[in-house]
Design a protein around this ligand. Structure first.
Ligand SMILES: *Cc1c(COP(=O)(O)O)cnc(C)c1O
Length: 483
């Protein structure tokens, strides 16, 4: 082959040279962020500025500065001041497994295109199933994100529960699922994709503490039934994204059992709590679930994107996308667990199982216990600090590492406070020293923190609160900004 450009693309010397440079640069980046050598948690630019930079870079930038520029001009999840969205500061070793997955590029759809990662996938999902407390009938597989996993679980539920074979025959029946009003929006989206429509999403109101009000389940179920809706599944959030509050899985599980519904637990964020002796209680009743979703890239220190979808009875996973009506394996059939593409939405996916396995092999499953426990402890500690602080109010006492709070001021109305908190958050973003997010709950604008970094301490929290008070006071005193 004569083409010198293609020779250059596959040059092993260049790979080694660029690789060493990238590792050195990332090591420096990690050291800077973890040890806070640079003050910022986010390098904020408005989208138009960022777009201009990258248009210009393609023309004029130096290739050897590319990786560094990408790394710098972004959000630093390894900085202890990164306490925003629920993405984990990836364990550095998983950057290496990410590289291996990218380079080997086995597509995983069939066993032959990913033999080691397919077998490894079975091992890691077995560990998760066991932790949930299920027996040997349980199976799991990995897929690209909680959103896709929730959709897949609901498709499995529909096939498993209904007599009608919607996958093959389509349907004009009114079908529905039950889910709390605080559930992640992807459950709503999944239901709509499945053709349930708005009326098929039976939203269960929450209690004062943003947890599904299980006392109204029977009433809501009968109400839907009277309207001719056949409900096939109920979804519990563990926890719900906005507030980090866990639904009562025990009560939902009993209700599902009583009505013959599929019980799905969206544990994208908190499912990893099965590893924590101290916080396992948040998931009490999870073993009653028919399916559970756990995101590796949230509370398990793995890189985006890797999610486990686990089923109490693995057989049902074979049915989800099956064209055959008699999909369930008989005893004499061979269970081809190793062809994960039959069960996943994706055809091609990454070798994501190797991230999980590497963590287990290098650090043991205690590493997941250590991580979850540390972060939930810090969520509680931050909650206590807010509670004691005269200038702040909590949305609810946190049950996890997610904390919603707002700045308060006796002389300001709800509208003024909402505006004030939104402005504070915008100033924090543009300033970049801390990265936190925001959410709306029952008409109030809240600041929202998710403690994702095991090195975030109370001192960091105190500095954040001091900074917010200062920003808010400045905004209040320049009356023009708050009207
Ligand atoms: C994050 C989250 C999701 C979505 O998962 P992705 O991996 O981002 O697709 C779903 N449900 C809950 C409860 C979540 O916290």
């Amino acid at each position: 082959m004569q083409n010198t450009l293609l020779h250059k693309v596959y040059s092993t010397e260049l790979f080694e040279e660029n690789g060493h440079r990238a590792i050195e640069m990332l090591t420096q980046h990690l050291a800077d962020k973890l040890q806070e050598k640079t003050g910022k948690a986010i390098h904020w630019n408005d989208p138009e500025t960022e777009l201009e930079f990258w248009k210009d870079f393609l023309e004029h930038g130096k290739p050897e500065e590319l990786f560094k520029s990408i790394t710098e001009r972004t959000t630093y999840v390894h900085h202890p001041h990164y306490i925003g969205h629920q993405v984990s500061p990836a364990a550095p070793i998983t950057a290496l497994t990410g590289m291996i997955s990218s380079l080997l590029n086995n597509g995983m759809a069939v066993y032959e295109m990913g033999m080691s990662p397919s077998a490894i996938e079975r091992v890691v999902t077995n560990v998760l199933c066991e932790k949930i407390g299920w027996n040997a009938d349980a199976r799991g597989f990995l897929t690209s994100g909680g959103t896709l996993a929730n959709l897949t679980a609901l498709l499995t539920a529909r096939k498993a529960i209904l007599k009608e074979d919607v996958w093959n025959a389509g349907t004009s029946s009114a079908l529905g699922i039950m889910v709390s009003e605080e559930a992640h929006y992807c459950v709503d989206r999944a239901a709509r994709i499945m053709g349930l429509g708005e009326k098929g999403i039976i939203k269960i109101p929450c209690t004062e503490s943003y947890q599904m009000d299980t006392s109204v389940l029977e009433e809501k179920y009968q109400e839907a039934k009277a309207k001719g809706i056949t409900i096939f599944a109920i979804v519990g959030s563990a926890p719900s994204t906005a507030t980090g509050m866990f639904d009562n899985l025990e009560a939902i599980g009993s209700f599902a059992e009583q009505q013959g519904l599929w019980f799905h637990v969206d544990g994208a964020h908190g499912g990893a709590g099965v590893f924590s002796k101290k916080y396992k209680h948040t998931l009490k009743g999870i073993e009653k679930a028919d399916s559970v979703v756990i995101d590796g890239h949230k509370m398990m220190m793995l890189p985006t994107i890797t999610t486990a979808l686990l089923l109490k009875n693995g057989m049902y996973a074979n049915a989800t996308f099956s064209q055959k009506a008699d999909y369930l394996l008989t005893d004499s059939d061979h269970e081809d667990w190793y062809n994960s593409g039959k069960r996943t939405f994706e055809c091609t996916k990454t070798m994501m199982s190797i991230h999980w396995y590497t963590m287990l092999k290098f650090y043991g499953e205690e590493v997941f216990e250590a991580y979850v426990t540390q972060l939930y402890d810090m969520g509680a500690a931050f909650g206590e600090m807010i509670e004691k602080h005269p200038s702040f109010a909590l949305a609810v006492t946190p049950m996890s590492n997610i904390v919603c709070f707002r700045y308060t001021h006796a002389n300001l109305s709800q509208n003024q406070l909402n505006e004030l908190n939104a402005k504070v958050r915008q100033q924090l973003l543009e300033d970049g020293e801390f990265y936190i997010v925001q959410t709306k709950l029952r008409g109030w604008h809240y600041l929202r923190v998710t403690v994702m970094n095991p090195f975030t301490t109370k001192v960091h929290f105190q500095n954040l609160l001091d900074k917010i008070v200062l920003l808010a006071q400045n905004l209040v005193s320049s009356e023009t900004t708050i009207c």
